[in-house]
Design a protein around this ligand. Structure first.
Ligand code: CP3
Length: 344
């Protein structure tokens, strides 16, 4: 069974091998644009969906019943492991996630791998349930937050536009910043090792906010932690995708941290991403195009991206960020069909 998934179009593209049809999946494919997800959310809050393996597995599988996607991604959230540091986590409608109760971060205690395994046991259980129902040829993507993005949530306590607290620590006490980043790198590793042990076939690191950094700070502070983390994950035998939006100004340094695939946003052309990374790339349709359509524009944009990538192998079609909750379902099927029709 695992051999089938190793030969999947997604795995082949991730290792730069040719495919008969381009693989496509969508960040946030499991979620609010699906009426069957909304129906479950009427009954359960978001954390309950994440923490109940049967429900998380069900939500993971929902988009695959509707669309011919080339991968499933586990339904979960990057912020769940931060509760192991003593944070309380709440998802507040309209305000995004809120982390409270952390106190002095310089004294925060990082969990042992046994604690991670027991506190995040529901994640492994959800993966095992998904694997039981998912087509044996379809890969399952596990994911975690990358250390910088996790640290920015810890320091800001929620979404931020200027990352003032994060930058204050970076500017005023770089050793403390690096210590926290290293601890979070270990937490990301434990989280993903658990997912791989449970059956995840590939892993993606989400570094949603790292693009707020200057190239010099990314290089000096974040890149060493990412290089170590990615090296350890690849040693587990799974391909690693690094999602680092808004880093067009230092994409070669992002690629040099060693992921199999770099996942880019829509602010640079995919040909530029290929040139700057020199490796397989994932992206890069603007989620607003998928939301707004019309269908003809979605199809033309798919053709444009594939043409810009060119004939080389190594393209994984995706959005540049997550599916917008207002996206009509028929736009998603038009996108998936268009990607599968186009000659790689
Ligand atoms: O991609 C998938 O379908 C898998 C599930 C998934 C979720 N979150 C479910 C979710 C994944 C991969 C994530 C990653 C995630 N979570 C990121 C990185 C990707 C990105 O968008 O930049 C971040 C920054 C988070 C933190 C987070 N979780 C935020 C900011 C929010 C609220 C804002 C929002 O987009 O809804 C969440 C909640 C969340 N995570 C929801 C879902 C389906 C919405 C919950 C609901 O209201 O039902």
């Amino acid at each position: 069974m695992a051999a089938l998934r190793e030969a999947s179009r997604l795995a082949r593209a991730a290792s730069g091998e040719a495919v008969d049809r381009l693989p496509v999946w969508l960040m946030r494919q499991a979620g609010r644009y699906l009426p069957e997800y909304q129906a479950l959310r009427q009954v359960h809050d978001f954390l309950t969906l994440c923490e109940t393996p049967e429900l998380a597995a069900e939500v993971t599988l929902q988009p695959l019943r509707r669309f011919e996607l080339d991968a499933a991604i586990l339904f979960s959230d990057i912020l769940l492991p931060l509760r192991l540091l003593g944070a309380e986590l709440a998802y507040v409608d309209g305000r995004g996630p809120q982390l409270t109760g952390l106190g002095d971060l310089s004294r925060v205690a990082f969990p042992t791998s046994d604690q991670v395994a027991s506190e995040l046991g529901f994640v492994g259980e959800a993966i095992r349930l998904v694997r039981r129902e998912l087509d044996p040829a379809t890969p399952l993507i596990g994911f975690a937050g990358a250390p910088f993005t996790l640290l920015s949530y810890l320091l800001e306590g929620g979404p931020s536009t200027d990352f003032a607290r994060t930058k204050a620590l970076l500017n005023q006490d770089q050793p403390a910043f690096v210590r926290l980043l290293a601890g979070l790198g270990e937490l990301s590793y434990q989280h993903l090792a658990l997912e791989v042990a449970a059956g995840a076939d590939l892993v993606q690191l989400f570094d949603s906010w790292v693009g707020t950094l200057a190239p010099s700070d990314f290089t000096a502070v974040v890149a060493p932690v990412m290089t170590e983390l990615i090296g350890r994950l690849r040693a587990l035998g799974v391909p690693v995708i690094y999602f680092a939006p808004q880093t067009a100004g230092y994409l070669p340094t992002v690629a040099a941290t060693g992921p199999d695939v770099v996942s880019v946003d829509w602010r640079l052309s995919i040909s530029e991403a290929r040139r700057l990374t020199g490796r397989p790339c994932q992206g890069n349709l603007d989620p607003a195009v998928l939301r707004d359509g019309p269908a003809g524009r979605i199809e033309r944009e798919v053709e444009r991206i594939v043409r810009e990538w060119g004939p080389a192998p190594g393209l994984i079609f995706n959005l540049g960020h997550g599916v917008d909750p207002r996206t009509p379902l028929d736009h998603v099927s038009r996108l998936v069909d268009a990607v599968h029709r186009v000659r790689p």
